[in-house]
Design a protein around this ligand. Sequence first.
Ligand SMILES: [Zn+2]
Length: 218
Amino acid sequence: MAKDVIDSLENMKLTSEEEEVIALPDEGRKEEIEKVVQDTLRRAWGMDEGMHIVEVGSNLFQFKFKTEFELERVFEGGPWTFDNQVLLLRKWQLGMTAKNVRFDSISLWVQIWDASFDMVSPTVAAEIGSCMRVVEEVEKRHRQDGQNLFMRVKAAIPVAKPVRQGGFLAGLDGQKMMTTFKYERLPMFCHYCGLLGHDIKHCANYFMLTKSGKEVQL
Ligand SMILES: [Zn+2]
């Protein structure tokens, strides 16, 4: 079936009309793409033209909101993905420029599973979360809220390090137990090297390994 399709395409001759090249001025095309991006973001965030989007560098945009409420709503509502890529956001601070702004982490809610029931508490959640660098928020739930199967923390996950699958926890009796992390709304992530930003099909490390004919266990 696939072979048939290839054959028929190869044998096809372009008509003179199809051979005509439609020239798009670069400037016009760029503006067109920018407009699509801006409209899509505005729609996703429920904003109107009052939110200004300014390109301040390569793949770098500044968003100006009308109110702090709108800014917080977008910031807290993340992570946002666009065209399968995550949109990393930073709040502007005094002295921040297009050159010195760093996008080295992403804020995600992490569920911590498999801790014994007596260990499930916001304090323990904060403790475990600290191994993920910066804990931004800890969900406050109490034991009487019913059976809590997992704890939740919002943490700044470094984008240049493999995403952690879990961590050890020492119980009161000194016994070590392995907890499992589940990430909420985890953007594109590589199941081979654990890094954010690409999938296994686009992983250079995985490609090199499979090219050498090795069996890879995932
Ligand atoms: Zn990879």
